[in-house]
Write a protein that binds this ligand. Structure first.
Ligand code: GAR
Length: 207
């Protein structure tokens, strides 16, 4: 049984996709131990509660400095002792000590085709704003393992999504979620639960 902790910051539609996939048997042999948010007002926490999943808020605002927050956050995740940590719209930089403690065991969903439109300043709706500003015709989403870099870890899977002429950032965000994110993230979790992925020299291969 793959034990996972899901970290969230916002509305939690990716968390919902994971919970729905579990309910539908599209992810098997997997259990969500807890949902953690940096933001007490995150709608994602409501979704976790509605599903009977333990939820915690660990906010940087409750700590004197970043280092204290990083320690508290990492300690809480270590106490929960998951096999993997899933970042489902978690908009906080993962502490280096946590990346080390969970090497190749943290999975992130990013709403673009990495290495485009990623890195510092590219998160949530901002990604789609910048995609439309640049006028590219194809975007998508990427699910990847987290390393010390920002959106730089080994890529597990990507899915393209077409941009349409009248897109707004909100419309595009929704299409990228529906056509890519909500499919890729549950699939990656199921792949990990069933040992289908292998990392060699920084690349992910299917067994
Ligand atoms: C999602 O689009 C996710 O890919 C993005 O935040 C959104 C959260 O939505 N994550 C990032 O930008 C990470 N760099 P959700 O709370 O409805 O799942």
């Amino acid at each position: 049984m793959l034990k996972i902790v899901v970290c969230v910051s916002g509305g939690g539609t990716n968390l919902q996709a994971i919970m729905d996939a579990l309910d539908a048997g599209k992810i098997t042999d997997t259990e969500i131990l807890a949902v953690i948010s940096n933001n007490a007002g995150a709608g994602a926490l409501e979704r976790a509660r509605a599903h009977g999943i333990p939820d915690f808020c660990i906010s940087p605002k409750s700590y004197p400095d970043r280092e204290a927050f990083n320690r508290a956050f990492t300690d809480r995740v270590k106490e929960l002792a998951p096999d993997i940590v899933v970042l489902a719209g978690f908009l906080v930089r993962i502490p280096p000590q946590m990346v080390q403690a969970f090497s190749n065991r943290i999975v992130n969903i990013h709403p673009s085709l990495i290495p485009s439109f990623c890195g510092v300043g590219y998160y949530g709706l901002k990604v789609h704003e910048k995609v439309l500003e640049r006028g590219v015709k194809i975007t998508g989403a990427t699910v990847h393992f987290v390393n010390e870099g920002m959106d730089e870890g080994p890529i597990i899977a990507q899915k393209p999504v077409m941009i349409e002429q009248d897109d707004t950032p909100e419309i595009l965000q929704r299409r990228v979620m529906e056509q890519a994110e909500w499919i890729l993230l549950p699939q990656a979790i199921d792949d990990i639960a069933h040992g289908r992925l292998e990392i060699r020299e920084g690349h992910v291969y299917r067994r």
